[in-house]
Design a protein around this ligand. Sequence first.
Ligand code: BGC
Length: 715
Amino acid sequence: MAGENRDAASVGMSADEQARMVEEQMTDDERFSLLVSVMGVNDVVTVRDERIPEGVPMSAGYVPGAPRLGIPPLLMSDASLGVTNPGYRQGDTATALPSGIALGASFNPELARQSGGMVGREARSRGFNVQLAGGINLARDPRNGRNFEYLSEDPLLSAVLAAESINGIQAEGVISTIKHYSLNCNETNRHWLDAVIDPAAHRESDLLAFEIAIERAQPGSVMTGYNKINGDYAGGNSVLLQGVLKGAWGYPGWVMSDWGGTPGWEAALKGLDQESGLQLDIMMWQKEWFTAPLRQAYAEGNVPKERLSDMVRRILRSMFAIGVDRWGSAPEVDLAKHNEVALETARQGIVLLRNDGALPLATGTTARIAVIGGHAQIGVPTGCGSSAVLPPGGFAEVIKVGGPGIMGVGRNLYLLPSPPLAELRKLLPGAEIEFDPGMNPAESALMAARCDIAVVLAIKLDSEGFDDPDLSLPWGQDAVIEAVAAANPNTIVVLETGNPVVMPWRDRVRAIVEAWYPGQAGGQAIAEILTGAVNPSGRLPVTFPADLAQTPRPDLPGLGTPWGTPVTIEYAEGAEVGYRWFAQQHQQPLYAFGHGLSYTTFDYSNLHVEGGDTITATFTVTNTGQRVGADVPQFYLTSAAGEERLRLLGFQRVELQPGQSRQVTITADRRLLARFDGPDGITGSWRMAEGTYQVAVGKSAHDPVLTADMPMRGS
Ligand code: BGC
């Protein structure tokens, strides 16, 4: 039969037909064995789980295959920022990419594709055939501890980048998930969190991101979130799983729970196809659902045979469609090339927020430069949690941080071995560069005062399992920056954060750079941007608020309550996430979504728009400055049939020589011009009101340069 299965593929049987044919041959034992994954360790510490055969690498999830039928085992590994299995990684290293939010800031789908390909190749070379990647939750709250893993606050930008990253992974014959479906937008007490939202607004925001990404990439699996949505746990939410995902969108792949996020065997009747990491369900809920309880329910006639077959076929279908049953030899892994992908992502993701001419630092400078703080003599930080990747050569340092609850044990500040201090010394050989740890504002000020220029690196640790309490920099770093800026008028700040921060010192420093968590080559990228070896081109994928009072939830429900406290967060902003909210409230943020400076200048001209079913804009971008650079012109809807409504309709990254022009054409996805109309969020449709639609081409969500009106028919 193993041979028969391969023959089926070679005679052109579809993945669905193949799945049906193979599933029909299976015993019930084989069927049930596909529905549960086992973590590499059985006590979340070190002991190898005895259900995992010798020789199988430790990973986040193992599902035995059925060799007699040509079904290989599934080996699941985290995640989007590189191949990693924290807790079970046994020294295995992989290329550590910059954070997802840095990729978001590149606005570059091609780069997403390359980083996906890199992750896919490294996963496959280690034998992992499911990559738990594709994190796409919208950054609704600037305190969310996992925003660094995700891409942006905008559904289109997130969908386009996630789709390319998934396409890159799956092109290597590795299944990718997309996660965490849906509205897993805060970490505070995430297992007890009820995320409440208007269903139509959900369709126009987080669900639209999933919808577009799934259309563009057909990920083999969808991972649910830990939270409830409108009262029902994501893992057993029939409205979202049966109604929207499998019903309205016709999704053919399988739905897996998050680790410890299976709400009960009944979830199988509501759309969940596989329980993940069964040991974590036992730890969380003192119960595991998809082995004995599901079998018992089946034996008692409470789970129809058709549903069992459907669960199994969905898994098989993705395996056959993506080809994990047809692996030949492992692809070649060129770590030097992969380092280039990490470096290029960091370069394109770094955002120059403010510059009054202090940057770039002249490469021939003989100035005395104080480099202060951020552990810049050691490396660059990375976000913490299941996405943290152990880079080649290991971490430069692991500083234990800790915290309450079960996530506190693994809360560490990981430093990747790319120290900005050494990289700056390389690129500025004539400068006299000194280092101060930024431990004490007065001490830092002493060094800053005797130098010509001060570069402060400020870091903030974000982690899965924790939301930030506020938007300030931790460890007294705001005070350090204030003291340094008071001592030296040429102060430059480099932020290495996973989220927006407030900047009480903003007007007292000459330049601000947001480098996010820039990955294993991050120090080099920071030095290249500061010295102009690379012209900054990143654009903010999230709005930087002036303070929390500007955001939809100045007080975050549940923040600070003990682990296990039930929390309800009403996402009352609905679809008006991020920049959309700021436009609706007529608020001016600290830095707008889409904002990012360059060492050259760009001009837009000749906007021409065409209507019909949707709107297409054509315009010209010109590099009007003296340096080669890349721009990201953005196309927005600003009002629809008399209603003020801000929506990113499209974007394009354009690289231009000085004086060079390029014509850009962007066609809007009609769903971004429309509203979702329907009471239950499932049965409705996208409707456009008749009237004049106003659009703009701009440099950010709040900086339109060219505008046009377009009359549209209602539909
Ligand atoms: C995370 C997932 C991850 C899984 C497996 C969970 O804690 O939420 O994103 O894929 O662990 O490591």
